[in-house]
Design a protein around this ligand. Structure first.
Ligand code: PMP
Length: 396
């Protein structure tokens, strides 16, 4: 019989020639356990997903209860499904009252696709603005927004009418004009290696959108759902988006995404033609139940309260001459080294020592740190010790 590793290589489509190939058989809280019984501290939450930890008991309970009631019963938007409507209600309670209509989908890319279509249809315009080094997903529309020529070059033609500006540069906001349907922007850039802008930038961006009628679409797929210490990252900047996009951490480990806007804007999907955006599995009842349990857990267990303190503990402990910079917004962190060639063996060594980290798509000299928000102070200190040990083992 072929081993799982052999089957993985032989029959599962590959995305690189160097997959990590860890074989986890269970995961609980901040730990994952592999087939040999080795435990790993998960410092990346399955890339920004397990914000409430792996298999949070509330999430598992909600999933089990929903599985015992029903799985898929109808495509999105036709039947009244309790998990979907209860989730939508809970989400909008966390948001400004202009964001009161939730479209549930299955993933981040899909949510971005929906938001792009929404902006085009609502404004009657087709141009979009995005940022350099932005990542919004791998589907054709989302890829068109991506700010990396490398990733796009072999997949053209992509969507026309998309211009890229520098994230955080107020001057380039002049590119937004009255032919712009929307600007799609991460509130905190993830794959660029954790880049954030100050409130004055966001205020200028909001004003420019109001002036021109372009919609402000915030991609909080990676930075939302508590990752930065606020439920929504835009809460740091005193602005309101016209469309908010979420996924990843929203499902507590189950696949789900959404884009949220006003009833007025979202209403365009119902006519000319009807069914302007549809999905078979969007807002799957089990994923919706898991998502509601995730949101309630963040709220009831006050998981956001300690994020800033935990961020500081990382900063205090990650000090080494080889570390060039540590950038962060809450528990979304990038630890920068001189080059990928320095970083990669450190990541590999940390994995051997039982700590899983990673790098970023558009910043491969920075180590990604985005642990479950439930990580304890002791676990953070232990993780930092292991990272420092890995640096020592590799470079000294
Ligand atoms: N936007 C951002 C900011 C992301 O980080 C990601 C995923 N890395 C996506 C969109 C795409 O989400 P998904 O992989 O669920 O399609």
């Amino acid at each position: 019989m072929l081993s799982n590793r052999q089957l993985f290589l032989n029959h599962l489509a590959q995305t690189s020639d160097a997959p990590l190939m860890l074989e986890m058989v269970s995961a609980e809280g901040v730990y994952m356990t592999d087939i040999d019984g080795k435990k790993y501290l998960d410092l990346i939450s399955g890339i920004g997903v397990s914000n409430v930890g792996h298999r949070h008991p509330n999430v598992v309970k909600a999933i089990k209860e929903q599985v015992d009631k029903h799985l898929h019963v109808m495509v999105y938007g036709e039947f009244v499904q309790s998990p979907q409507v209860r989730l939508a209600e809970a989400l909008i309670k966390t948001l400004p009252n202009t964001l009161d209509s939730v479209y549930l989908v299955n993933s981040g890319s899909e949510a971005i696709e929906g938001a792009m279509k929404l902006a085009k249809r609502y404004t009657g315009r087709s141009n979009l603005i995005a940022c350099k080094d932005a990542y919004h997903g791998s589907s054709h529309g989302a890829l068109s927004l991506t700010g990396s020529e490398d990733f796009k070059q072999n997949y053209r033609p992509l969507l026309p009418g998309i211009s890229h500006i520098h994230f955080g540069d107020a001057e380039s906001l002049s590119l937004i004009d009255d032919e712009t349907a929307a600007i799609v922007i991460e509130t905190v850039q993830g794959e660029a290696g954790v880049r954030h802008a100050d409130s004055s930038y966001w205020k200028a961006l909001r004003e420019k959108c109001d002036e021109t009628g372009a919609l402000l679409i915030l991609d909080e797929i990676q930075c939302g759902f508590g990752r930065t210490g606020k439920l929504w990252a835009f809460e740091h900047y005193d602005i309101k988006p016209d469309v908010l996009v979420s996924a990843k951490g929203m499902g507590g480990g189950m696949p789900i995404g959404c884009f949220i806007s006003s009833k007025e804007i979202m209403g365009v999907f119902t006519n000319n033609p009807v069914l302007g955006h549809i999905s078979t599995f969007g807002g799957h009842p089990v994923s919706s139940a898991a998502s509601l349990a995730t949101l309630k857990t963040i709220q009831k267990e006050n998981l956001l309260q300690d994020v800033a303190n935990k961020e500081k503990i990382f900063h205090d402990h990650l000090k080494h001459p080889r570390i060039k910079a540590v950038r962060s917004k809450g528990l979304m962190m990038a630890v920068e080294f001189e080059s990928y060639d320095v970083l990669k063996p450190i990541i590999d060594r940390a994995i051997e020592l039982g700590v899983v980290t990673d790098w970023f798509l558009f910043n491969d000299r920075s180590m990604r740190i985005a642990p479950p928000l439930i990580i304890t102070e002791e676990e953070i200190k232990k993780a930092c010790e292991i990272i420092l040990q890995a640096i020592h083992d590799v470079v000294e």
